[in-house]
Design a protein around this ligand. Structure first.
Ligand code: PSU
Ligand code: MN
Length: 304
């Protein structure tokens, strides 16, 4: 049986960056296929890649295509993925089956971390991680992203966990799992579309070099897992948490009433919030991903 490296397929840009030992930032693809609607998903993906290049690093958007883990997508591949209606949403549990079957799959935070590690990429930018869903005490719906952060050594830059989740339970779980949750530049944990969740972060760091040193220290100590960098959305792009609270509650109630479960929950809630806010959460989502990409590029440069 071939080893994992034989299933990795690098784009020319990423292959050149690897050869030159240039800084690389991994990007996930579920946000493209299941997080944002067409055509904003494609323009977001292109913009985020451009932001990373402008910040002096190389973007590597990751997806499963044609029996390979693609690390870095060409413009055509990115467009195909953004328009695909049949892409699977892959996490740790189904990555191998889908790869073996030659399926088209977008990678979640968990699956992207696995692929980034295989590709030797240490930093990854996304919007918001998955976590403990509201009502998890009945549904048991807890994202595999949390367990992945506990075991795979990649620094993930996100605007915290998505605000559709039960944030106190999500951060309690991360603490239990031993995942460093590091707020960037402020004491409060951000709440995805809003800068302040009302929760205090366990850890705070104020510059990319300090985050890079913490990443290296974790490896030096032989500790498993990554770090979550909770980067607040830029002030001019945020939506106040109080504005969103009733709309999130409404979307959550609709999901329960419609019997939405498992992988469909997060895409359903994000789409409902976009509709209920007439696109405001979509605009904010794009702004926060771009902000995370810029910070991830700075961390990758500090690590290189
Ligand atoms: N960030 C966003 N939008 C998204 C996601 C992240 O701004 O749609 C995706 C990520 O791929 C994350 C997934 O892993 O949502 C969480 O899904 P679930 O709750 O089913 O684990
Ligand atoms: Mn889930």
């Amino acid at each position: 049986m071939a080893d994992a490296q034989s299933f990795l397929q690098f784009s020319p840009e990423v292959a050149a960056a690897r050869a030159a030992e240039a800084p690389i930032v991994a990007l996930e693809s579920t946000i493209i296929t299941h997080g944002l609607p067409w055509p904003q998903n494609l323009s977001m993906a292109q913009q985020v890649e451009a932001d990373i290049r402008a910040a002096g690093a190389v973007p590597a958007t990751i997806a499963v295509m044609g029996g390979a883990i693609r690390v870095g997508l060409t413009e055509d591949a990115l467009r195909d993925l953004a328009q695909a209606r049949d892409a699977l949403k892959l996490s740790r549990s189904d990555l191998a089956v889908s790869l073996a079957q030659g399926a088209l799959g977008a990678t979640t935070v968990a699956a992207t971390m696995i692929c980034a590690r295989l590709a030797g990429i240490e930093v990854f930018a996304t919007g918001g991680i998955g976590g403990v869903h509201r009502g998890a005490e009945a549904s048991f719906d807890i994202s595999a992203d949390l367990q992945e952060l506990a075991q795979t050594p990649v620094t993930v830059v996100a605007a915290g966990a998505k605000a559709i989740l039960d944030l106190p339970k999500t951060f309690e779980m991360l603490e239990t799992l031993g995942v460093p949750v590091i707020a960037y530049g402020q004491d409060a944990l951000p709440a995805f579309w809003s800068r302040d969740s009302g929760l205090r972060a366990a850890l705070r760091l104020d510059d990319p070099a300090a985050i890079a040193r913490a990443h290296r220290m974790r490896a030096a100590l032989g500790l498993r897992g990554g770090q979550l960098i909770a980067n607040p959305i830029p002030a001019e792009a945020e939506i106040p948490a109080a504005t969103l609270a009733p709309l999130i509650a409404q979307a959550q109630a609709e999901a329960v009433a419609a019997g939405i479960a498992a992988k469909a929950v997060t895409p359903f809630l994000l789409a409902r919030l976009t509709a209920l806010t007439e696109g405001a959460t979509l605009t904010a989502n794009i702004a926060l991903v771009r902000n995370n990409a810029r910070l991830a590029a700075a961390i990758a440069r500090a690590l290189a």
